[in-house]
Design a protein around this ligand. Structure first.
Ligand code: XMP
Length: 513
């Protein structure tokens, strides 16, 4: 296995992801946990030093134990990791002063060849992503230069005798297009064959959960979304009935959804699951409320209250399980420098751990969404479930602009079901990031048969996106839109007009509220 020593870079997890893609098992450990004893016990087959925000000049600058260089295994240092390596092995690092480099740069090769760079420089130069203040000014004895960029004379360095490699840029990020190749070469020369799988990840994760939880009790808010579902099934596999799940039913789910989720987890997975039907409570408190933020706050607050009550009723728990993913963990960096504006208060269980004084179990913290899906498949979750579009925590409340009534929610559920059925029938579901109906707070006049109608208008929404941060509307054909509108108006009493929302994000958001 491979050890990544983390010096605090924002993108350390991306290194792990690149390695998982190469089917190599790795673990990330913070530099201050890695000492001689740790190294002996871990016995890595190769080591990577991540980047990091520190400067080797600051007091107590993060450093690896010296013994890492005596393990006799290949080491790759990235950015700050390069500086650390040079500093430890007798090279020199200089402070930034005008040589700081952020963003795209181009590296050109030296004449000598390096196995690490196989497949590189097929064009004369390679695009890389730089992000450093300090830089190496003198390489350590035994090292040679294999690539330079205008601002980094030591962009790629190596001591091939000892198999030590150090680069100034970040090969793990998207903006170093050939970076994956560099990792591939590194793991091959370290002797990894790439035989690690998601099945192995599952085993490791189960072991870690058992180690963390011991004989403690765990409670999990299961929403039926992919993340919480995969987390719950995995934890259940690890600790069985020490886990209790609570499905908080706020009465704002889609048609048939609650029955489906509860049924599947109880019957198929035998999960101890409390179905907290709290729709009266939620819909009661939402009565007469039309402001979007107020709706979100009411729902978020009630959710925590309800969850806490159920946890107390079952006699409390030691741990709270969450389906937190890696993108939720990365702190968003504010480039504007100022505090960012709240567009929407997202509903999550973030406030719970403090209030309930529980430790967190977050077995998906290292994974990206597509990897969670792969793990879900590994755990046998049905494909129809794994590929589901995201659904927001506040549910249909934010798809019902204006006041929420049971009658409107019922109409919305029916219309949404017809729309999604249409999308599935036309084989478009997987091409779309998210699709839903919003019921509008206006009624319009229509004519059906010989009679006048005065019913609600609704808007169809469908977007493509990679991460929900930006989105574009999906270009349905006119035929599809026409057929869907006809079906909704014919099949859903209460709606007599259908519109299609063609706003991208930005300037719109995906949800209407
Ligand atoms: P917006 O509407 O902000 O949505 O463009 C981006 C993505 O986030 C989802 N969303 C939420 N998810 N709790 C969630 O768990 C929320 O409060 C929430 N609000 C929006 C939305 O469905 C879309 O996928």
């Amino acid at each position: 296995r491979l050890l990544i020593i983390d010096f605090g870079s924002q993108v350390t997890q991306l290194i792990a992801r690149r390695l998982r893609e190469l089917k190599v098992y790795c673990e990330i450990h913070p530099f201050n946990h890695v000492d001689d004893a740790f190294l002996t016990k871990f016995a890595p087959k190769a080591v990577i030093f991540s980047g990091g925000p520190a400067s080797v000049f600051t007091d107590g600058a993060p450093m690896p134990p010296k013994s890492v260089f005596e393990l006799g295994v290949p080491i790759l240092g990235i950015c700050y990791g390069q500086q650390v390596m040079m500093q430890c092995l007798g090279g020199k690092v200089e402070r930034g002063h005008g040589t700081a480099e952020f963003g795209r740069a181009y590296v050109t090769p030296e004449a000598r060849k390096l196995a690490l760079l196989q497949g590189w420089f097929e064009a004369d130069r390679e695009q890389v992503w730089m992000s450093h203040g300090d830089h190496v000014s003198e390489i350590a004895p035994g090292f040679e230069v294999y690539g330079t960029s205008p601002n980094a004379p030591f962009a790629i360095t190596a001591d091939t005798e000892r198999d030590f490699y150090a680069v100034q840029f970040h090969p793990e990020v998207h903006h170093t297009p050939n970076g994956a190749k560099l990792y591939e070469n590194f793991v091959r020369l370290a002797g990894f064959t790439g035989d690690w799988t998601m099945g192995a990840y599952r085993e490791e994760a189960i072991k870690r959960i058992r180690d963390q939880v011991g004989s403690g009790r765990v409670i999990c808010a299961l929403s039926g979304g992919v993340d919480s579902s995969v987390a719950a099934v995995l934890i259940h596999e690890a600790i069985g009935d020490q886990l209790t799940c609570v499905y908080v039913d706020h009465g704002l789910m889609r048609k048939g959804e609650s029955a489906q989720v509860v049924g599947m987890f109880r019957e198929h997975y035998n999960l101890p699951l409390i179905h907290a039907d709290e729709s009266e409570l939620f819909l009661g408190k939402l009565e007469g409320v039309s402001d979007p933020e107020t709706k979100r706050k009411i729902i978020g607050g009630l959710f925590i209250d309800v969850f806490e009550r159920h946890a107390q009723e079952m006699g409390g728990a030691d741990f709270l399980a969450q389906g937190t993913l890696y993108p939720d963990v990365i702190e968003s960096v504010s480039f504007s420098g100022g505090p960012s504006v709240t567009i929407k208060s997202h509903h999550n269980v973030g406030g719970l751990p403090d209030r309930m004084n529980m430790q967190l179990v977050e077995p998906l913290r290292e994974l990206f969404k597509d990897e969670v899906r792969a793990l879900g498949r590994e755990l046998g979750l049905p494909e129809s479930f794994i590929g589901r579009h995201p659904f927001p925590g506040p549910g249909l409340a934010i798809r019902c602009p204006g006041e929420i009534t049971r009658a409107k929610l019922d109409i919305l559920r029916e219309a949404d079901a017809v729309y999604i059925d249409q999308i599935r029938k036309h084989g478009l579901y997987d091409e779309i990031w998210q699709a839903f109906v919003a019921i509008l707070p206006v009624r319009t006049v229509g004519v059906m048969g010989d009679g006048r109608t005065y019913d609600y208008a609704c808007a169809l929404r469908a977007v493509t996106s990679v991460d929900g941060m930006t989105a574009d509307y999906y270009p349905f054909s006119h035929e599809f839109l026409g057929e869907t509108a006809t079906r909704i108006i014919n099949e859903v009493p209460g709606i007599n007009r259908v519109t299609y929302d063609i706003t991208s994000k930005p300037p719109g958001t995906i949800e209407w509220e």
